[in-house]
Write a protein that binds this ligand. Structure first.
Ligand code: BGC
Length: 747
């Protein structure tokens, strides 16, 4: 512990230490005013500042200060642009400084396991690497202003159903490979000041009182040096939480739990050192805060402009038959309520009191006809609105439909029950597409929907929940002022039933089984070779890109990979070069490819650039029972435009000095022993000998050596005892020989 922290601790009373570990009020950490340490203010949230001055709540009910609503996580991850996210983080950090907010409660990095999760709009991706990179860069941006972040919700908070009590049940491998890496990147790569624990349980243990997560993994493995706060109301049992490694209970005031801690220390139930450690960790962060400076203010208009620029980099052009970009003319029809009043953010604790909202209609070319087409408050179509929309669309040169999910479809606190757009919107799109071949659909939503009309329309632009300047950004993309460069951060399945979590979502009162394991999103669709509507990483552009000269080499344990990318089209554009790793060693049941790198490159027509990546062993690894492990053998590096559009590849021969340890016992299968070259060398001769002994005219016809081998593969070693007529002592001797051979193969 730092000296300064220790010095403060030495002067604090037991009561003050306990009080520091519980919120002072809804949005403040107590501080130690007697010793000159001011309370700290925390505020939501990931895509804008939700600072509440008066009536506090965490569900987005009461007003907060007017601030700029940036695109939500569902959109920003699609930028695949680290610099952009860092920039947005910097702007938010500056807003916090101006408003005397010490810690911003974000980013939210939970994995999108099911498209139905009510908070998917806040989360980044179905892919842990992308979520981790987005989080780390955003955090770096905010914290560069000496404002803290709180990466949330640690961990496995992937649905809203029974979010305060449910257990997310999964294997250690699944937790490590899918649900933890984004937090790990936030801590290791960006040094997040704080972590917010989730409401839910993980394999039966509340996240708020989970020593494996809060202490073993977060602190010991990842070296986290900040403090953990609870989500609002996530503490189940205060003493267990403090012991497990939770420093701060939020929100306050929590007089009862402060007294509980005081009494527990006095009675010896809670060791004094545990409380000192928790208080010390909070102090450490409080002392990191800069001196408040008067006169800092944030320029809402400037940040609004930034929000527009960010969104232009995020929106994903899902389909384009060549109609886009449109030319500005006076014979267009804009249809759909979201043209005028766009849906640009989700509901709940991240809800921003937006400074200024721009709909695309504000920017539409003069003479554009506008019709609402549907009501966001009803599901069934209004025949009159439909007829009017068809008529206007039929007369226009092109129709742009501004569709999407209404507010109450996506909100913190509950999940969606289906993946459809309201029926009135689906029917509107079908109907307009019938009379107007040049129909563009612009989608405003926080999560994928089924798009039964996808083949009927000319173009689909997904702007996600694009923040308050979404209309301006949409306009720039529709008319080609900016070339679209967003790529999907999640797969869009054809229908909900295709999603790997479908049979196990949302689970029951008690828990939910993550039975699909590591096969989340594209990891599953690829393994099953299933058709999807739009794959992970997908996004069209107004230009084209060619990949060539893929290379890979290993130097000092690092993997250096590179590929040349050329803009082969006729306009300036940005390509997201995606690097996937494919394990060809056959050591474990792995997804066919996993994202391990990406770079966004800007290219003029005809220009080309070599894009380089440096990977480490972890990028090849899976989480085995003995930890992260990359077997020796072949890995293919895939350079891709999307997860389903691999444009170049190169093989890598990895040599590892490590081998997975093997314990040989009576029930180790023959198959496992034959798969290991060292134990196979001992066993093979025995098996051959047995076959030769049994070889008679009749047996040769009845069973070949190969058939025998196949049958034996699933048999335990003890069955060899029967065939060979071994005594128990002889079997034990064989086990010992095999174990020796296996150990020779391990480090
Ligand atoms: C949410 C958190 C949020 C907190 C404070 C909780 O309900 O889960 O994400 O930061 O409220 O508003």
């Amino acid at each position: 512990m730092k000296q300064a922290v220790q010095a403060v601790l030495n002067q604090m009373t037991l009561q003050e230490k306990a009080a520091l570990c519980s919120g002072r009020d809804f949005w403040h950490i107590a501080g130690v005013p007697r010793l000159g340490i001011a309370p700290a203010m925390v505020s939501d949230g990931p895509h804008g500042l939700r600072k509440q001055n008066d009536q506090a709540d965490h569900l987005g009910v009461n007003e907060s200060i007017q601030a700029v609503c940036f695109p939500a996580g569902c959109a920003t991850a699609c930028s695949f642009d680290r610099a952009l996210l860092e920039n947005m983080g910097r702007a938010l950090g500056a807003e916090c400084r101006a408003e005397q907010v010490d810690i911003l409660l974000g980013p939210a990095v939970n994995i999108k396991r099911s498209p139905l999760c009510g908070r998917n709009f806040e989360y980044y991706s179905e892919d842990p690497y992308l979520a981790g990179q987005a989080a780390a860069t955003f955090i770096r941006g905010v914290q560069s202003r000496q404002v803290g972040t709180s990466v949330k919700h640690f961990a496995a908070n992937n649905q809203e159903f029974r979010r305060l009590t449910r257990s997310s049940n999964m294997s250690e491998r699944t937790l490590r490979e899918i649900y933890l890496p984004a937090f790990e990147a936030a801590v290791r790569e960006a040094g997040a000041w704080t972590v917010m624990c989730a409401y839910n349980r993980i394999n039966g243990v509340f996240a708020s009182e989970n020593p494996t997560l809060l202490t073993d993994i977060l602190r010991r493995e990842w070296g986290f040096d900040g403090f953990v706060m609870s989500d609002w109301g996530a503490v189940n049992e205060k003493l267990r939480a403090v012991e497990a490694g939770l420093e701060l209970e939020m929100p306050g005031p929590c007089d009862a739990s402060v007294q509980k801690v005081v009494q527990a220390v006095e009675s010896g139930e809670l060791p004094q050192e545990v409380l000192d450690q928790a208080a010390g960790r909070i102090l450490e962060i409080l002392l990191r805060r800069p001196e408040p400076q008067s006169g800092e203010s944030f320029n809402r208009q400037r940040d609004h402009d930034l929000a527009a620029r960010v969104e232009t980099e995020c929106a994903v052009l899902l389909k384009n038959n060549g109609l886009l970009p449109l030319s500005r003319s006076n014979d267009l029809a804009y249809i759909g309520a979201f043209a005028q009043k766009p849906r640009y953010q989700g509901g709940g604790s991240s809800h921003i009191n937006a400074f200024r909202v721009e709909g695309a209609l504000e920017f539409a070319p003069e003479g554009t006809v506008y019709l609402p087409g549907f009501s966001t408050r009803q599901d069934s179509p209004d025949p009159q609105a439909l007829a009017a929309a068809m008529e206007a669309a039929g007369r226009a040169r092109a129709a742009v439909i501004f569709a999407g999910l209404p507010d109450d479809f996506e909100c913190e606190g509950y999940d969606r029950t289906h993946m459809r757009l309201p029926e009135c919107q689906n029917q509107l799109i079908h109907a307009v597409a019938q009379v107007q071949p040049n129909t563009v659909v612009v989608l405003h939503l926080g999560s994928p929907v089924e798009t039964p009309w996808a083949d009927e329309v000319a173009a689909v632009l997904c702007v996600y929940l694009g923040g308050e300047a979404v209309g301006r950004a949409t306009d720039a993309l529709l008319y080609g002022d900016v070339c679209p460069s967003g790529r999907l951060a999640e797969s869009w399945p054809l229908k909900l039933e295709d999603n790997p979590s479908f049979l196990n979502f949302p689970g029951d009162e008690e828990g939910v089984e993550y039975a699909e394991g590591v096969f989340v999103g594209y990891r599953y669709y690829d393994k099953k070779e299933m058709a999807v509507r739009w794959p992970f990483g997908h996004g069209e552009s107004y230009t084209t890109f060619a990949y060539s000269d893929a290379r890979v080499q290993v130097e000092d344990g690092k993997i250096l990979a590179q590929v040349r990318v050329t803009n082969t089209g006729s306009c300036f554009g940005k390509e997201v070069v995606q690097l996937y790793v494919q394990d060809r060693t056959g050591t474990a049941n792995r997804p066919p490819k996993e994202l391990k790198g990406f770079e966004k490159v800007a290219l003029e027509p005809g220009q080309s650039r070599i894009v380089c990546f440096i990977l480490d062993e972890r990028a090849l690894s899976w989480y085995s029972p003995s930890g992260w492990y990359a077997a020796s053998g072949c890995y293919r590096l895939l350079f891709a435009h999307s997860s389903r559009d691999v444009r170049a590849g190169a093989d890598l021969e990895w040599v590892s000095s490590r081998r997975l340890p093997m314990r040989v016992h009576r029930n180790t299968t023959v198959g496992a022993l034959l798969a290991n070259p060292r134990t196979a060398a001992v066993l093979e001769p025995l098996l051959r000998q047995q076959h030769t002994q049994e070889e008679s005219e009749v047996s040769r016809e009845a069973i070949t050596e190969e058939m025998l081998r196949q049958m034996l593969v699933n048999s335990p070693l003890r069955s060899v005892q029967n065939y060979q007529g071994y005594t128990d002592a002889q079997l034990q001797q064989l086990i010992d020989r095999l174990q020796q051979a296996a150990d020779g193969a391990c480090e």
